[in-house]
Design a protein around this ligand. Sequence first.
Ligand code: SAM
Length: 291
Amino acid sequence: MAELGNPKNTIEILNKYNFVFRKKYGQNFLIDTHVLDKIIQAAEITKEDFVLEIGPGIGTLTQYLCENAREVVAVEIDKMLLPILADTLSPYENVTVINQDILKLDLKALIQERNNGRPIKVVANLPYYITTPIVMDLLEKQLPLVSITVMVQREVADRMQSGPGTKDYGALSLAVQYYTKPYIAANVPPNCFMPRPNVGSAVIRLTLHEKSVVAVEDEKLLFRMIRASFNQRRKTLVNGLNNSIEVSFDKEAVQKALEVLGLPDNIRGEALTLGQFAALSNELLNSTTCN
Ligand code: SAM
């Protein structure tokens, strides 16, 4: 089977099956072998690894994963791609294709059945229309994962990686950094895909923390406070946490908690680190339940 990372072979297989790209599924297939190598390197795939691939497309990245990993499970929503995958992956015995929407699959059960519940690696060139739901779903389900190495829009990679005081910093940065350590491994221009997306892309590796990096007494409260702060980005925390659908603390309670943490009472959420958000949520939890 010819390597699909080469554009000529990709076109040949698309023509053979009269494949029509479906925009609604975010289908932009990789046609650059350097980028494919870079993804495998960034994910540090070895023959020990069980890999979950989301959206194999015609199997381009899947072929690389099959060559480098012990076992691969590839989950593809578009049933028109199944005959193509059966063809392009026919040389490999270490791959299973599942025709399913990744957001509907019971991944915990899959990891339990296929890898005895041991941690797996996730690798994907993600469909951009659902990047954030997929990444958040993987993280919030607290699955046994070593890392998530994914191609995303450059702008989303920046948001995942940025810190306080930058324009890209927000709820996504804090959620991703709560669970993982992000690292942008490569920037990828539109001409590495077929068809070309109209945005730049990046490969980002999110390495799961082995243990929590912040001490949080009520995780749900922390994330409600983070959403409240960034939904009303221009408001001070005292106003944002007082008047939102997520939380409604007394202004005095927020002022007091900020004072305990040594923070000014006109501070905005965008200036707080993850550690400071965690400390503020613990302080508010304890001061308001004690009162
Ligand atoms: N991995 C291939 C590559 O790199 O050339 C294709 C990547 S393409 C950006 C995204 C793939 O995800 C498409 O094959 C698309 O059909 C699939 N996809 C879209 N939504 C999905 C979903 N909810 N669940 C599983 N696969 C999905």
